[in-house]
Design a binder for this molecule. Sequence first.
Ligand code: NOJ
Length: 740
Amino acid sequence: MLRNLIFTYIAALIMSACGVSGSSDAESRINQKVDSVMKLMTLDEKIGQMVLYSSGWALTGPTIKSGYLDDIRKGQCGNIFNANTAAYTRKLQKIAVEESRLGIPLLFGYDVIHGHTTIFPISLGESASWDLKAIEKSARVSAIEAAASGINWTFAPMCDISVEPRWGRVSEGAGEDPFLGSKISAARVRGFQGNNLADTLTIMACVKHFAAYGAPLAGRDYNTVDMSERVFQDVYLPPYKAAIDAGAMSVMSSFNEYDGIPASGSKYLLTDILRKKIGFKGLVVTDYTSINEMVNHGIVANEAEAGLLSVKAGVDMDMQGEVFFKYLKKQVESGEVSQKTINDAVARIIRIKFMLGLFDDPYRYCNEAREKRLVYAPAHLEASFDVAKRSMVLLKNSNKVLPLKKGEKIAVIGELASSKQDLLGSWAAVGNINYMNSILDEIKIYNGDANVLYAEGCKKMGEDRSGFAAALSVSRRADKIVMVLGEDSEWSGEAASRTSINIPGVQTELLEKLKILNKPIILVLLNGRPLDLSKENDLVDAMLESWFPGTMGGKAVTHVLFGEYNPSGKLTMTFPRNLGQVPIFYYEKNTGRPLYLPNPKYKSRYIDCPNDPLFPFGFGLSYTTFAYSDIKLSTDKLTENGELKVSVNVVNTGGVLGEEVVQCYVRDLVGSVTRPVMELKGFQKISLKVGESKVVNFTIKPEMLAFHRADMSYGTEPGDYKLFVGGNSRDLKLAGFKLK
Ligand code: NOJ
């Protein structure tokens, strides 16, 4: 059999150095191996490597269409996604390896977005930790668990910048800022992939959704994206690039159109920008049936044309569309698609299979003993607990109503308080509610059953007010009221856009009723997007944004509420005062008529609402306080090859140990194109004991000030800059320098 030939040949090759950034020797060895496999392949088999089909899930476990099984057997399906468990992926892999002519192993993809079995906070929540080590750890744990369950490829990280809270998928990203988004995207790639793709504790990352998917008009998922090329390149592109520079070996083309061309058919995006400008060498997979959808977009008349457009644009693999499968062979035979195009795409895919070590041992990810040992490992649960605590943002804490004291009588109100499923958030992979506690469970464990009174009060959705009376009665008997309100977890993620960003249903109405009792109210929020919290902010004493915090979320919320952990998260998306302010983000432009002008009317403002948000980017409170002083610059003139050192003294002026995210922003005052009023250029999360002070340093190099100038060239311009340092994008200390 030929497949034996492949494996004998490969066994003879040295299987060392399959690393992501291996030496040129290793590179050429891999290329040799790829060539040797390619030489044996028929056109059908090559096209088979360019398709990706979904497995499903039945009550009894994972399943797949029998047609796809036959395709695997015939060498016409080289990749599967949504299959899970070591046993099931082994079964499918066995068909590919033992029953297909060449025995080329399958790739197994899955949406491991914020955990595989042990679920971490949703990605937006994790980003609020501003803790790159914690974020990398979360991705690493996710990779370890997924890799133990047969997966070798995750469709993450999502690197889409977004300023659109209506868009449900902001929950999957890192927020609004390109600088922070880039750091986080790179950290996630490092976490998933490690240093060596062949390590069975790592999986391949997939940078998505390329490109600009985070800016759908009106926040409606899959909608048209229309922005200037300058904004695209300066704001939206950097996080994808950072993830690719960090070694990500696959990229997913997005559903949306960009400048009139759907991304999966855009040669500009997939070849000119991705391959030529960024230098990406890995594989490009489409998003789910996005080739077929180009017919609906109205860019092609039929699926055959769609396939043609997309393969020529630079797509290597068709996710679920069956378009390459149906039409590509004829198109090659007729000369419409060149052999070279096919060979390049297939070589990229085969190369990755080598890098993952699949030719060495196709079952290396299908180890049931390892799966048993690693899934829900205590260390993973501990990591999820840690990241969940770090992700929470304290939005308000009047009169130090928090932390709660052990033994206080607490009324816990809200359907979400007793929900486990919602703690997991959307895209919760195979997270299982049987392995976790709700917030209510954990408050009871911590504070003692007798000190906790619960009433649901109302559902998270709908108009039913029949539980209000019970909530009032329970709350009357308590010292403090903890309300857990927010969104259903399925109201975030894909196809979950909203036209209101208020807390749904009658939850806020219940809050208004409880306010009459005149007792301290603490609002714990579960949600996947910035919400309009103006009303709630006026009603409650404290507000804790806990996002959808994952498997250990119940305990994490409890520990933050009771002060076992001092909250340290900061918002990575601006929280507006109302939906009318959207899009609102801190790096806006000054305009010709900024708000600070004396003219009372004719300036860029609303007549019915302030311009500033309710909670700015970078904002988050602590149970302690921090004071900033002595901002110093090493020079006030930054030269072309020089660097500027910024230092600031931060002291913990409150009563408990705390962590602070120290943020550094700049403003370029005059440019050949107008520049944002502020751009994040550095941050550090530091821990300070009571009374302790630390000098925090930042380095600004000229290249950090580069942007696309009037002629679209990329670089800096000399001139005056402002520099700001502080604990959020609103309360800042000011300095200035000149770029020579
Ligand atoms: C569609 C989503 O847009 C994408 O993020 C996901 O990875 C794929 N489906 C596969 O599930």
